[in-house]
Design a protein around this ligand. Structure first.
Ligand code: 26Y
Length: 818
């Protein structure tokens, strides 16, 4: 007989070795006497997965037994990156695996390099979801993530002649050992059709008669917590053809076409939309959203009904988190299920809905806010359109009672936007139904209250909150910067900071300690060497690790102002060229590194990428410049690349025009790794200043409150000469391609310079000069670097998640016994 304890897999190197070899033979089906790195990687991941499954099982049993209130995190995007190192570190068995593998003749790090990068999202919002899943697991919260299993992740960026080209990312090509296909967890999702009325208990009842159905199949990805047995689920849905509606087409005799049509169902979950900037009302996108929402809610309601029969208990057991408006159709869907299927009255259903939804918004850009054309929604989801109209009607009636017949305000707040294309404002729908609405930094919440959602804030001030973003130190320090991790633990005398980031303040005490300085510099230098090797392998450019590594990594957007960075580099180049040889000795050598993807249809962003390459070509091949200045563009920026580059950065740039970056999370990753920040006072950097002090970073540019004033004045402002000069160099073809760069240059002309590059240029150069000056003083720089890490505790996603759990979701920890 098996005892309960015998069931658990052991983690000593001999057992691990045996498991890996068994997986080579029975899972990968290769000879246990001969397998290559990739096969070893496959076997290794399966052995890790077995351990995840054990913990996951125990966690689910524990959740079921205690039946706590659960959090359901609804997001259309997750940027998970690689899973292997993160999993074994969270399981606490990385070293055991490394031992086991080395006895088999393999190197753990080499095998880890075999893994692809799971990129089911665009940028900040998507990586935030991934960080938050890690924190939810680590902090033992009973949580589920829901999303879509796109077959094509975010496009691969390929640079040809300096231009971005997009290639499909068919990431499942080599299999995905991390997911568990749940054939039996399948739900039918309905589309199109009509709404009929039926008599029901003496009244009328609406019945949606759809004319297309698709199956949603669950794929579970297991998310292990760190320092706990808890392992939670990220459930991603894949679309499969349904058998229900096809009988007729088969009978018409056109077998081939019938099969082809059937197969079309799979397109719903096939492609991630690569735009994180301008929303377009596309039918396929709307289909994705509803497919995801409908499957997730069926799953959630099924789980609730396993143990409960009265929907009045629903808010006690369920919190539904809307990650931006992308899943906001869930509001109409919950109402439809409760009213049409569960036969609750409208007011009871609405009361329940208003207690379960919470909404986080991630942007300040008006063009990114989702508006769904009424005609589109009416054809795809006719019943949902009726429901949204009803919600709006009741909301406006209430509102009239509160504010009277202020038609301007009523029309601004209406869920329906009248106009050339009548559409649904998804943000308004989300605010009306959610009990809590939050921005992602203190500044962002202020802008929501005073500008973006001012009318709603005045109506319901109690709904509005802020939750400053955070990132997980497990991925962004422990996994990606193991030597810094070891150094921190050594000086703090504990690894407890990995679960409690506030402990990092303990480093402040040693900020001037000479021994720590030596070790700190050594760790940073080794990381820079690793990055230099990568740069050379990828671009052929040799860089000196004595130079300052100056990095800007993020999606390419006009508001993030990569163009400002490049103009600054041109200025630096121009200055060096015009300097006497003897003065060049005082120049601080720089390696400028830029990376990021442009949305495929975003012309200006693509021109910025080309400009970066054109300028790099000129500078890097100028023998007159040598190691004083280099510019490299890192192609195909993703999570894996970030893990390599961030630990090697001395300086990182966060240049958004103040008031445009809702939060920003890249800056937090650099900060933790002891990289200094050159930044505007925008989004979360405002709070970083509060933690580490303005004199520990290089700040520049207009403040949030000054931006609107400058914009009004801009056409009459005098452009700084230096700015005019560098723009003219681009315009006049100093770097070639003058026709191509014309519209880019136009975008920063005085009367056109919406993002205020000209207005901020002088101040930007001053901040750059301050950075140079600080870099020369090595001990000063190292001290600032240590203080950056020491002050980064507040930017752990653990802090954010605890705050959401307590104040927004009302959930409690539920720890599975060890
Ligand atoms: C609707 C479609 C066009 C769309 C798709 C993706 C709209 C927006 C997005 C993604 C937005 C996003 O990533 N926002 C970023 O969220 C981060 C996490 O909160 C913030 O740190 C960052 O400032 C914000 O730009």
């Amino acid at each position: 007989m098996f005892g309960l304890m015998d069931r658990f897999l052991k983690n000593d190197p001999a057992t691990l070795q045996n498991d890996i070899v068994n997986h080579v033979e029975y899972t990968v089906a290769r000879s246990r006497f001969s397998f290559d790195d990739f096969e070893a990687y496959q076997a290794l991941t399966h052995s890790v997965r077995d351990r995840l499954i054990e913990r996951w099982h125990d966690t689910q049993i524990c959740f079921r037994r205690k039946d706590p209130k659960r959090l359901y995190f609804l997001s259309l995007e997750y940027l998970m990156g690689r899973s292997l190192s993160n999993s074994v570190i969270n399981l606490g068995i990385r070293d055991q695996y490394a031992d086991a593998l080395s006895q088999l003749g393999f190197d753990f790090e080499v095998l880890a390099e075999q893994e692809g990068d799971a990129a089911l999202g665009n940028g900040g919002l998507a990586r935030l979801s991934a960080c938050q899943m890690d924190s939810l697991a680590t902090l033992d919260y009973p949580a589920w993530g829901y999303g879509l299993r796109y077959q094509y992740g975010l496009f691969r960026q390929v640079i040809l002649d300096g231009y971005q080209h997009e290639q499909p990312d068919y990431w499942l090509n080599f299999g995905n050992p991390w997911e568990i296909e749940r054939i039996h967890v399948t739900y039918t999702v309905k589309f199109y059709g009509t709404v009929e009325e039926e008599n029901f208990k003496g009244g009328k009842h609406k019945v949606w008669v759809p004319n297309e159905t698709v199956e949603a199949v669950a794929y579970d990805n297991l998310i292990p917590g760190y320092g706990t047995r808890n392992t939670i689920t990220l459930r991603l849905w894949a679309a499969k053809p349904s058998d229900q509606n096809d009988m007729e087409s088969y009978n018409t005799g056109d077998y081939i076409n019938a099969v082809v049509n059937r197969q079309r169902a799979e397109t719903i979950s096939s492609i991630l939309y690569p735009d994180d900037r301008s929303h377009q009302g596309k039918e396929l996108r709307l289909k994705q959203q509803y497919f995801f929402v409908s499957a997730s809610l069926q799953d959630i309601i099924r789980r609730f009904k396993d143990t409960h029969s009265n929907f009045d208990d629903f808010p006690e057991k369920v919190a539904l988190q809307l990650n931006d408006t992308h899943p906001s159709l869930a509001i109409a869907e919950v109402m439809r299920v409760l009213v049409d299927e569960e036969n609750l009255s409208w007011s009871r259903a609405w009361d329940i809905s208003c207690k379960i939804f919470t909404f986080t918004t991630h942007t300040v850009l008006p063009e990114a806010s989702e508006k769904i054309p009424v005609d589109l929604l009416g054809s795809l989801l006719p019943r949902h359109l009726q429901i949204i109209y009803e919600i709006n009607f009741r909301f406006l009636e209430e509102l009239k009672k509160r504010i009277g017949l202020d038609y301007d305000r009523l029309s601004r707040m209406s869920i329906i936007e009248e106009g050339a294309v009548k559409s649904i404002r998804m943000a308004n729908l989300s605010i009306v139904c959610s009990h809590t609405v939050n921005g992602v930094s203190k500044m962002h919440a202020e802008l929501l209250k005073t500008r973006v959602f001012k009318d709603f804030y005045e109506l319901w001030p109690h709904k509005f909150h802020y939750k400053t973003n955070g990132v997980t130190q497990r991925r962004w320090v422990v996994v990606s910067n193991p030597s810094l991790c070891a150094l921190i633990s050594k000086w703090l005398g504990t690894e407890a900071w990995i679960r409690d980031m506030d402990l990092l303040v303990g480093l402040q005490e040693y900020a001037t300690n000479g021994d720590l300085h030596e070790e700190w510099k050594m760790v940073r230098k080794v990381n820079k060497m690793r990055l230099a090797e990568y740069i050379e392998a990828m671009s052929g450019v040799k860089v000196s690790v004595d130079a300052m590594f100056d990095v800007q990594l993020k999606r390419i957007h006009e508001y993030k102002r990569q163009f400002l960075n490049i103009l600054g580099i041109i200025h630096r180049y121009d200055c060096i060229k015009n300097m006497e040889k003897k003065d060049r000795r005082n120049v601080v050598p720089r390696v400028c590194i830029i990376g990021g993807k442009a949305a495929p249809g975003y012309e200006i962003a693509k021109k910025i990428i080309k400009l970066c390459h054109a300028v790099a070509e000129k500078i890097n091949n100028d023998p007159d410049i040598g190691d004083l200045l280099k510019l490299v563009f890192i192609p195909d920026y993703n999570i894996t690349v970030a893990e390599l580059v961030i630990p090697g950065a001395d300086l990182s740039q966060h240049l958004s025009t103040a008031g445009h970056e809702a939060s920003g999370t890249g800056c937090m990753k650099f900060l933790m790794n002891g990289c200094l920040l050159l930044a505007t006072a925008d989004g979360s950097t405002i709070e970083i200043i509060e933690e580490i002090g303005a004199d520990n970073m290089f700040l520049f540019g207009a403040k949030v409150s000054e931006v609107p004033v400058l914009r009004k004045k801009a056409p009459n402002l005098k452009v700084p000469l230096q700015f005019a000069r560098v723009v003219r160099m681009v315009r006049n073809g100093y770097f070639g391609f003058e026709d191509y760069f014309e519209s880019l240059c136009d975008s920063v002309e005085v009367d056109n310079d919406f993002y205020l590059l000209g207005a901020d240029f002088e101040s930007y150069l001053e901040a750059q000069a301050a950075a140079d000056k600080a870099f020369i003083d090595e001990e000063k720089w190292t001290q600032m670097s240590i203080l950056s890490t020491a002050g980064s505790g507040r930017f752990s996603s653990d802090r954010t998640i605890d705050d959401y759990a307590e104040k927004t979701w009302g959930i409690e920890r539920c720890r599975c016994p060890a």
